[in-house]
Every structure is written in structure tokens, then in C-alpha cells.
Design a protein around this ligand. Sequence first.
Ligand SMILES: Cc1cc2nc3c(=O)[nH]c(=O)nc-3n(C[C@H](O)[C@H](O)[C@H](O)COP(=O)(O)OP(=O)(O)OC[C@H]3O[C@@H](n4cnc5c(N)ncnc54)[C@H](O)[C@@H]3O)c2cc1C
Length: 596
Amino acid sequence: METTDKTKVKGGEFLIKDTTFQDVFIPEEFDEEQQMIAQTCRDFLNTEVYPNLDRIDKLEEGLMPSLLTKAGELGILGVSIPENYGGFGKNFNTSMLVADVIGAGHSFAVALSAHTGIGTLPILYYGNEEQKAKYIPKLGSGEWKAAYCLTEPNSGSDANSGKTKAVLTEDGKHYVINGQKMWITNGGFADIFIVFAKIEDDKNLTAFIVEREFGGITMNPEEHKMGIKGSSTRQVFFNDCKVPAENMLSERQNGFKIAVNILNIGRIKLAAAAIGASKSVISTAINYANERVQFERQISKYGAIRYKLAEMASKVYAVESANYRAGQNIDDAFAELVAGGMEESKAKLKSTEQFAVECAILKVWGSEALDYVVDEGVQIYGGMGFSADAPMDRAYRDARINRIFEGTNEINRLLTVDMMLKRAMKGELDLMTPATAVAAELMSIPDFAEPDESLFAAEKKIIKNLKKATLMVAGSAVQKLMISLSKEQEILMNIADMAGYVYIAESALLRTEKLVSLKGEEACEGQLNLMRIYFVEAVDAVQKAGKEALWAFAEGDEQRMMLVGLRRFTKMEPFNVKAARQQVAQQLIAANKYFY
Ligand SMILES: Cc1cc2nc3c(=O)[nH]c(=O)nc-3n(C[C@H](O)[C@H](O)[C@H](O)COP(=O)(O)OP(=O)(O)OC[C@H]3O[C@@H](n4cnc5c(N)ncnc54)[C@H](O)[C@@H]3O)c2cc1C
């Protein structure tokens, strides 16, 4: 298999090329300035958010906007806004670090991410000079707060089907917007709304920058929600809302593209926030397990509890590895595009679009890791996990939304495969050559070479094989089902699971390899175990998904041959995962927090 060149790595290529550890960024490499930014965010949570969680969740009038204003004054909202608009112009991975730390901030994290992400970025990336000059400095400083109005009562996942209309006035000076938007985060207090509407009988949406001051905007009361209760969520009605024609964002019918591209960024940042929330929940769970005594022993002494702590940590470590790897890929692609003469805001979008497959995978794996973590967090707390006066209750409820917004996890799984196949059809991603090579390998005699005992040799082989398994299943599904594959959602989900596990597991391997190269093997025993624990899950999951797919679409000898191949490609030497979990749990218990 070919190895990628750092500056030329393309989205989705992880499945067909190998990456070397020198080419990935790991979170341990954040520099002093980035650590200071993270510390500012941590301090903000400790002083402004955590003492006020109950007040926030009661939606106390004015509290959330005042917190956003304070965050703006500290520069937290402007980290990735260019300096000429009053921000700090930091790279993408620094903004991911902010999302990660703030991610532990419950409803505040949602308000902040809606404001800085889907609220601000459409203007930053698609606005013209006048629009950027007018809005970005005030959004970056927190003086104005933003919301994003895409979803409608009858148009959720199918976002382009919205009914909201924008009609040009006779004098051509205004668009008059009429329609109803639903689930609008920050709706209750936003000054600026990014509104998606259709002009005449257009096929695609058009985006507008709408100021609350324009008038013609009314709202339903706050939604009653399962979690993130402190995040303002409103239905927003536009009744003859008159918007100056110059407030159209980008071009007519470009709105759906804006929505999709901004969501790519939202997805990977959601994963960062989910990781931050997970790390905080793991620390809380360890604290409790170390304190709670049953049968005269701390419950952290029990293997059943240690199992949970290690599994929680392993998933988070793996997804975090992938998140910052992809973030760096985006930063590298951006630098290359700018060096090639592309304008910065275009390059930002293009670089994220290139890694849209990874963004979709991360959204799914990040939110599902968080859900696993909060569920086990409740379990470790026992009855107190079910108490609304103990911390796991809020963590559990707040986590759940992450599998729903920014594109549901079903939609993101489907998109993962759809985007890869479309790139393959366009000739941008050569999936078929390696898939055909794997098919040929199935006919050959397996390689019985002496096992390579060197560190990471076994894991590298596993990753190579998991890629082969995925290519074999995806390649033959394409050949067998052709056009109808797009309707075979269960099979597409199977393939998405295979590809996702490959990406996350490989990222955990690359991070660990880099860490060992920097600190030595002995210092990285915990990380080695976290990675290997994840591999046990990944290998099983790839095998299960592959088997289900092959049972569904293949038949006879061909099916038998591929099932044999799948077994060959998902073979793992026995590994004492129990001992690995014990070692990780002991480290966590000794540190009394998540620290990897
Ligand atoms: C708290 C909260 C905050 C939100 N904030 C915002 C915001 O600020 N701005 C905004 O515009 N929107 C926002 N949303 C909306 C959110 O993005 C949508 O809820 C989400 O996209 C799903 O749409 P839906 O609720 O209509 O579900 P539906 O699209 O009706 O989906 C229902 C189920 O069907 C599945 N499904 C749908 N289509 C398919 C398909 N083709 N194939 C397979 N399965 C499918 C889904 O995965 C899901 O499981 C928010 C939602 C919530 C709950």
C-alpha cells in the first residue's frame, strides 16, 4: 500500500494509503501559547460556568448572553477569526482545542459553538468584504450573538426542502422573508440570524444575514428539552421580514452549499466538544469510584468498575487521536491552498471540504463515545447516577443531542460512504484498484511469513488488514449492487462502520507510535494499552459489519470466499485485554482523573 505525502494527503485516502506517524499531529504537541488559550477556557468554565449550571439550566433571563459577552471579552470567541477582523487568527487545530475544553461546559458549550460556528462562519467564509467588516468584529467580540436558521418543521435531515420564501421587492432593494424555522439554538437572544430561504421556484436555498432589528421576527417560547436545558432553542417565525438585498450571502441558490460546508466544520468541532465532555465525565466518575465504598472496599478496586473506566478512556483516547489528526490535515491543506494563491476564506472552506469524510466519521464516533462514557458514568454512580442532584444526570441528558444535530448519525454514516463513492466515481479517490488487488489476494495462498515481533508491527498489520476487509466488502458491494447500493442503507451503514473503525483505530496507532518515539516505550505503557484495547473493539466491529454486509448481498462460492477473506483480514493474535484494562484503570485511579 502506498504511503501518503504529508502535504498531499487527501480526504478519504486513509482507506487506501498508509500514513506515517511523523506526519500526524498529536494533542501532546500543542505549544505553550495554545496551552494558555486552553487554560483561559478552563478558567472560564471554573469561574463563570460551573458555579452557575443550575441558573443556566433554568434559562435565567440574560445569563447566557452575558456569559457569551464575557467569553468574547476574554477573546475566546475570536480565536480563529482573522486578525484584521479583531480576532487572533489561530489555526484550525487551536479552535478545535477551544471546542474540546469548552465542550465540558454543558449548555454553555452549545451556545458558544452555535455562535462561533454555524452562526459566525457563514459570514466569515461566504460574506463579501462589506458584510465581513460589518458583522465579524462584533461577532468575534461577543457584542452581537448569532444563530443559524436552517431546520423547519417539515424539513430536518432533508434540509434543502425548506419552505421559507424570500421575495424581492419591486424596487429590488429588499427581500421579504416569510416562513417558520425550528430548533434554533441561541434563538432567544441572537442579534444576527443566518436564514436559509428559497427565492421563487429555485431548487436550492439561498442564505441571508438577518438582523433582529430588521423586524418581522417572532418566536415561540423556549422548547422544553431532555437536555442542554440552558441552551436557548426556539421556533422562529419570519413574517414579512424585510432584509436589504445586499444581505444575501454569497449567490442566489448557494445556500445549500453554504449549509453543507459549514456543517463539515461543525461536525469535527462537535467531536472535539464531545471529547472534552467525555474527559470531564471520566474524571468525575473516577473521583466517585475512588470515594464510594461498598463491601468495605472502594468500588474503584472492583474489576467490573475498572473495566468501565478503561473502556471509557480507550474510546476517548482513540477519537481524540483522530480528531487532531484530521484537524492538522485541514490546517496543512489550508496552508497549501493559500500558498497556491487561493484567498484565505475560500481555502478554509476547501480544506475542510476535502476532509468532509473524516468530519462525518468524527461526528459519529465522537458523539457515540460520549454517549458510552455518560452511560457508564451513570452506572458507576449507581443510584446517585439517577439523582438529579448529582452530576451524572446533567451529563447524561446533555450528551444525547450530539447524535441528532449537525446531521444525525444515520445521515453522517450514509454520507461517509456516499462521499467516498462519489469521489471514486470522479476519479479523485482510487478505491477500485486496491479493492481489485484485495480480491486477487483472496485467491492467493495466505502469507505464512515469520511474525514480526517489533513494536507496533502487529497493529500495523491489523490496520492493513482492516483496510483490506473494508475495501473487499465495499468494492464487491459496488460491483454487485451498482446503482441500487445507494438504496441499501443497512449495507451502507455496515461499510461506514468498517471505514470509521479503520480511521479511528489507525489514528490511535499513529498517535501512540509518535508518543513512543518522543517519550520512549516505558513512559507510554498506558497509551499503548489504550490503543490496544481499542483495537480489540475495532477488529470485532469490522468483522461483524463485514459479515452482515456479505450475508446480505453476496451468495454461493463468492460469499464463502469473501467470508474466508474477512476472517483472514480480521485475525488478531490473542491479547490479554483484561490485563491491559487493569493497567489503564490503575493509572486513572492513581491520578484520580483522566490525564492521557
Ligand atoms: C436542541 C436542538 C438544537 C438544534 N439547533 C439547530 C440550529 O441551531 N439550527 C438549525 O437549523 N437546526 C437545529 N437543530 C435541528 C437539527 O439539526 C435537526 O433536528 C436534525 O437535523 C434532524 O432533523 P429532524 O429533527 O427533522 O429529524 P428527521 O430528519 O425527521 O429524522 C428523524 C429520524 O429519521 C432518520 N432519517 C431521516 N432521513 C433519513 C434518510 N434519508 N435515511 C435514513 N434515515 C433518515 C434520522 O436519522 C432520524 O433518526 C437543532 C435540533 C435540536 C434538537
